[in-house]
Design a protein around this ligand. Structure first.
Ligand code: ZN
Length: 209
């Protein structure tokens, strides 16, 4: 796992260099006229503040100029973002909410992941492979959505919410969500969940299922 904190503070060239290993799962190093290829399959986890001071959207606290905000927005978009399957916006949490500890705990989350991986490996159609390593062709075969799911996916593509690459990544995430939920087939609910996780502000109402 590669964890990059303060992603927006990294140089443009460093962010650009991440694209190839994210897409090809390998890196090519060229030195002294020689070229060697090395495996580089990894899980990328990145975090960034909404702006340099961390208070964008809180008009009384954010001290950033308009150009600073625009620079941050530019860094947090584009080709690299298109290669991130899940994006989660974390609004400031009141202290009371931090104390409440709702939702599932880490032990239960681990169980769910383990069960989903076992489902993927046990599925004869997938040849023992996990969703993360399927080729595009194999993924389109094993993760074919049902009719409503396909319609939702096509509407998101037609509406410009997804690139062709993004649609494939969304299908991979939706298939994993279906596995975690023990669904036999990728349905509209799974596509909608993956869309909401891909678009930081959730799927537009027009795409509601
Ligand atoms: Zn700020």
């Amino acid at each position: 796992m590669l964890f990059l904190d303060e992603l927006s503070e990294l140089s443009r060239s460093a962010l650009k260099a991440l694209r190839e290993p994210l897409e090809e799962h390998s890196v090519i190093i060229v030195r002294g006229g020689r070229c060697s290829t090395h495996p580089a399959r990894f899980l990328l986890l990145a975090a960034t503040n909404p702006c340099r001071c961390g208070h964008a959207g809180e008009s009384d606290r954010c001290r950033c100029s308009d150009s600073d905000l625009a620079r941050y927005a530019r860094k947090g978009s584009g080709p690299l973002l298109d290669r991130l399957d899940l994006r989660v916006e974390l609004p400031p949490a009141p202290i009371q909410r931090l104390r409440e500890r709702g939702g599932i705990n880490s032990a239960r989350a681990r169980e769910l992941v383990h069960e989903a991986r076992e489902r993927q490996v046990a599925c004869s159609l997938r040849g023992g492979a996990r969703n993360a390593v399927h080729s595009e062709r194999a993924l389109r075969s094993v993760a074919r959505p049902d009719a409503r799911g396909q319609e939702l996916l096509e509407r998101a593509l037609a509406g410009g919410m997804l690139s062709a690459r993004g649609a494939l990544r969304l299908l991979r995430a939706a298939s994993t969500i279906a596995d975690v939920s023990a669904c036999e087939r990728v349905g509209a609910d799974n596509i909608a969940s993956a869309l909401a996780l891909r678009c930081a502000h959730g799927a537009p109402a027009a795409l509601a299922i």
